[in-house]
Design a protein around this ligand. Structure first.
Ligand SMILES: [Zn+2]
Length: 212
């Protein structure tokens, strides 16, 4: 079974979903290259559990055309969400409308049961959505809802792309107090940028050799 390799560091589900599109940057393939890869990501995002993943895999073998259609739809939605995530409020009106159209198409057909769940381990409460209808098509609903929430809550101004050089395609929600988070991840891009700055500083402060 393929395992999803993309970390969940973007701060919002839909942004982590956009970040699954990493193929051009890294040697490994895009997470959404197969329906199995899509299921693996959904499981690592805790949107489905292992038992559900197995049953969906079985169903995908019986209905390969529907599974492929769901995968293609997920990829199309991701490509519509990326411009929104990269440019935030500066996204062109056309790209914004395209993303909203895609979001509304999914929300419009989502039927299911909404409920509140209580986790006695930490006392937390979660909203849950149990979809009814097409099981494959429903998989993308929580992702799209997360994007809709960002728009409605006015968070889009804090959504941006990693500032690393060479360019890193990852996007994230900046929830830092001063709103100045620049990197997708401190451990990778943040550290690289710090090391590069350090190299520049040491080069500048090194004393000029005496003229012979
Ligand atoms: Zn980065």
């Amino acid at each position: 079974m393929p395992r999803a390799r993309v970390p969940f560091a973007a701060g919002r589900l839909w942004l982590d979903f956009v970040n699954t599109d990493e193929a051009p940057r890294h040697a490994h393939a895009d997470t959404l290259v197969s329906f199995d890869g899509y299921l693996a990501w959904l499981e690592s995002a805790a949107l489905i559990d292992a038992a559900r993943r197995t049953s969906l895999q079985r169903r995908a073998q019986e209905q390969p055309a529907s599974a492929t259609a769901a995968l293609h739809e997920a990829r199309r939605i991701r490509s519509m969400l990326r411009p929104l995530a990269e440019r935030g409020l500066l996204t062109s009106e056309r790209a914004t409308q395209a993303a909203i159209l895609e979001i509304n198409r999914v929300l419009g057909r989502s039927t299911g049961i909404r409920r509140v769940e209580h986790d006695p381990r930490d006392g937390s409460f979660q909203r849950a959505f149990v979809p009814s209808g097409d099981a494959f098509a429903a998989l993308v609903i929580p992702i799209v809802e997360s994007a809709a929430d960002t728009l409605v809550m006015g968070e889009l101004a804090r959504v941006r792309r990693c500032a690393a050089e060479p360019p890193c395609p990852r996007v994230f929600l900046d929830i830092s107090r001063n709103g100045r988070r620049r990197w997708c991840d401190m451990r990778s891009c943040g550290n690289r940028a710090k090391a590069a700055r350090h190299r520049v500083t040491t080069r500048v402060s090194r004393p000029t050799p005496p003229v012979p």
